[in-house]
Design a protein around this ligand. Structure first.
Ligand code: FE
Ligand code: FE
Ligand code: ZN
Length: 274
C-alpha cells in the first residue's frame, strides 16, 4: 500500500521525507508553496539530492504536491485570478525540476458568478498554464460543495476537463471526506459511486486519494476532516475503500487532524487492514 500524510517542507525536502520514512509512510503530500500564498522559495541543490536518494532507497510511490488554498481560478476578481495562474505556472516548473509526479488543487469558487461561469474560468486558466512540455499531472480535487465551490459533482469536473485542450495533463484527486459530504455515498454503495465516476469522468483519470474521515454527516456540504474511523464514514467503510480492487493501487494521502506520531499510528492501523 502506498500511503503517507501531509508533511511540511518548511525545513526542507530531505527533512520531510526523513519524517515520512520514520512514520512508515512511502509517500507524502506537501504544499507547493506557503499555503497562505505569497512567493515561493527556492530549494537547495544539496537538499534535493538528499531527498532523491532517500526516495529511491525507500522505494517511494508517487508524491503529491498541493497548491496553496489561496488560489482561486473560478472567481470574478482579476488580481486573485492572475495570482492563481502565475503561482500554478511557476509551481509546474518548480515541481517538475524535482520530479514530483502530481500536484492537486481546489478547482475554485465562483463567488457569485455561478457554477457554469466558474467552470469556464477554471478551464480558461488551465488553458493558459498547461504546457505540452510539463511532466507533472495536475489533479482537480473533488470538493464538498461548501460556499460557492466548483467541482463537487463528477459532472462539473468532467466539464472542466472537456474544456481544457491539453487535458492529458489533468487527473483527479478524490477526497473521501469531500465526496461523502458532497452526497456520494461511499459508505453504503462504493461500487455505485465508482461506476458513476467511471461513466462520467473515467477511472483512468483517478490518480490519488485524500483519505479522510468526516466530522459532518452525509451530504452536509461541509468540509471538516476527522481521524480515520472517528467520523461519519467510519472504519469499516474506509477498510472497504482501501481494499477495493479499483482503488487499492492508488497512492493514499492522509489529511487527518493528527501530529506525526498520530499519523504513524494511523498508517500502522491501515496497513494491518490491507
Ligand atoms: Fe485539498
Ligand atoms: Fe483534500
Ligand atoms: Zn478538505
Amino acid at each position: 500500500m502506498v500511503i503517507g500524510p501531509h508533511i511540511s517542507i518548511s525545513k526542507g525536502f530531505s527533512k520531510a521525507i526523513e519524517t515520512a520514512v520514520e512514520i512508515d509512510a512511502n509517500t507524502f503530500q506537501f504544499f507547493s508553496r506557503n499555503p497562505r500564498g505569497g512567493n515561493a522559495k527556492e530549494f537547495s541543490k544539496k537538499d534535493i539530492e538528499k531527498f532523491q536518494k532517500i526516495r529511491e532507497e525507500n522505494n517511494f510511490g508517487k508524491i503529491l504536491a498541493h497548491a496553496p488554498y489561496t488560489i482561486n481560478l473560478g472567481g470574478t476578481k482579476e488580481d486573485v485570478y492572475d495570482f492563481g495562474k502565475r503561482a500554478i505556472k511557476e509551481d509546474i516548473i518548480r515541481m517538475d525540476s524535482i520530479g514530483i509526479e502530481y500536484m492537486c488543487f481546489h478547482p475554485g469558487s465562483h463567488v457569485g458568478g455561478g457554477i457554469e461561469y466558474g467552470i469556464d474560468r477554471i478551464a480558461e486558466a488551465l488553458n493558459e498554464v498547461l504546457t505540452k512540455e510539463q511532466n507533472i499531472i495536475l489533479l482537480l480535487e473533488t470538493m464538498s460543495g461548501k460556499g460557492s465551490e466548483v467541482g463537487f459533482t463528477f459532472e462539473q469536473i468532467r466539464k472542466i476537463i472537456d474544456k481544457v485542450e491539453l487535458n492529458e495533463k489533468l487527473g483527479v484527486c478524490l477526497d473521501t471526506c469531500h465526496v461523502y459530504s458532497a452526497g456520494y455515498d461511499i459508505v453504503n454503495d462504493l461500487d455505485k459511486v465508482l461506476e458513476e465516476f467511471d461513466n462520467i469522468i473515467g477511472l483512468d483519470r483517478l490518480k490519488a486519494i485524500h483519505l479522510n474521515d468526516s466530522i459532518t454527516e452525509f451530504n452536509s456540504k461541509k468540509d471538516r476532516h476527522e481521524q480515520i474511523g472517528q467520523g461519519s464514514l467510519g472504519l469499516d467503510a474506509i477498510i472497504n475503500f482501501i481494499n477495493h480492487p479499483k482503488l487499492k493501487d492508488l497512492p493514499f494521502f492522509l489529511e487527518t487532524p493528527l501530529d506525526e506520531n498520530g499519523h504513524k499510528q494511523e498508517i500502522k492501523m491501515l496497513r494491518q487492514y490491507v
